[in-house]
Design a protein. Sequence first.
Length: 288
Amino acid sequence: MDTKTAEILCKTTADFYRAQAASFSATRTAPWHGWVRCVDAMTKALGVMRRGVLSSAHAQFSAGEGSGCGGVLSADSSALSVFDLACGNLRFERYLEEALLGANLRVHAVDSCDELVASADGLSAPVTYESSDIVGGLIEGLPLSRLHHAPQSDVAVSFGFLHHVPGEELRVRVLEGLIDVVRPGGCVAVSLWQFMNNPSLAAKAEVTHAQAIGALGLAPDELDEGDYLLGWKNVEGAWRYCHHFSDEEVDRLVAAVSDRARLIDAFEADGRTGAMNRYVVLQKDVCA
């Protein structure tokens, strides 16, 4: 995919979220089933028990288990710092508050759609929100680290975002950037949408994609395999760029960062079929 096409897709998606923020947020209130397993895997790897109780393993982990490579969690052993890339209406943060009841959560959240974040409510954990055009910056060639000001965190997540990033090279850079922002031994979790595995969604995607590329003046061969423009509630001109991830692509993403982080969990979840998203959970090398 060339830069011009990527820029068109980026602008189209940004316009969609600004225009449809209220109706989109209204459909995004419940937590995803996959988050339960992601949080389980990450808290276990970090030595943090569910419901906010820290395990004895945390003391060993925070000392670097004798490796001399530094700690995993922050000096305040009751705190868990989280970086959320493309936070939307902060529903993951609301879920995290319930899943880790009593934990001292600190969140740095980033999104390009201020309207979505403004619709968030019912959250008591301290959240530092930063508005940033992540995809636009990546297309310009900037690393993810230049597109936010988050401090080093224990956990980094990005749910419902990587399918909006055009091109495999940029998606690898996002995953690398998420690993960069966590401490040695910290964890990263991402979701990878596989909407074309659902026959109903696949049929709709084919129709809206054909309509959108015609309206936007794009040729089918200007997009990559797995790229689609999806519609929204039959609203005319409301399109967003989404990429369907094949299992092979997921494997390549994990392999691309295997020298810096190890895979600790991978699974399918969500939707009526229980397989709408592929989740990948990584743990950064302690000496990385």
